[in-house]
Design a protein around this ligand. Structure first.
Ligand code: CA
Length: 228
């Protein structure tokens, strides 16, 4: 998962970054609204976390501009202002959720997960395909009830496939979500990860190869009929 954080308070920004990194989320930080808008224009994010009190622009104006740029990425507003008017205003301008500072870490993570999941069209925490279940909350993948033991990097990569089940994900998208352009390794690393994941899947499910390779384009997590 890759998140854009627009927050001018360096300490708050650093704290949130740490919380997100612990969850294996790639985070890009902007300290000004203008820079954030620029990042949102150039990169693909799963979520934008936006502080309302920014030095160069009102947060609601930032939301309005993001939406007018046809950026439909979910926006979670973080603000020290608990006033109902502010919340209603931000929601009216097109933000998707609102959290007042100080907030609980677990609540932040839960809201992020729910927003991202919903934006990909899933109302549940569990993504199913065939005999496989991906639990986005516990980050546990099972096949016929048996746990598929993935490393945190493998899970992060697999989660991207799961959230876009049935769609091709190319190497650039994988790299973006796993490394966000920082110390980015070569695309070959994605093939290595996928190969490892496949081998693990094969042990639990020798008959079904859940991951499909689209030569020269990327990988797909197959959208299979769910077996009861
Ligand atoms: Ca601020």
């Amino acid at each position: 998962m890759r998140i854009l954080l627009i927050e001018d308070d360096k300490t708050v920004s650093q704290n949130i970054s740490l919380i997100l990194k612990r969850e294996n989320i790639v985070v890009d930080c902007s300290f000004k609204a203008e820079d954030g808008l620029e990042d949102a224009r150039h990169y693909e994010y799963d979520l934008i976390i936006l502080d309302l009190g920014l030095p160069d622009m009102d947060g609601c104006e930032a939301i309005r501009r993001l939406r007018s740029m046809q950026i439909s990425t979910p926006i979670l507003v973080l603000s020290g202002m608990a006033a109902i008017d502010k919340k209603v205003n931000a929601l009216a301008f097109g933000c998707d959720d609102y959290l007042t500072k100080p907030f609980d870490t677990r609540e932040l993570i839960a809201r992020i997960n729910a927003l991202v999941r919903r934006s990909k069209g899933y109302s549940e925490n569990i993504i199913r395909t065939g005999d496989m279940e991906v639990n986005l909350n516990s980050k546990i993948v099972t096949i016929t009830g048996k746990t598929l033991h993935l490393t945190s990097k493998e899970y992060a990569l697999f989660e991207l496939l799961a959230l876009r089940k049935g769609a091709t994900i190319n190497k650039e998208q994988f790299l973006n979500h796993l490394y966000g352009g920082m110390d980015e390794p070569e695309g070959k690393i994605i093939d290595v990860f996928l190969c490892k994941i496949r081998r693990k899947i094969e042990k639990l499910s020798p008959q079904e190869d859940y991951i499909q390779t689209v030569w020269g384009r990327g990988y797909i997590l197959k959208d299979l009929p769910v077996l009861q």
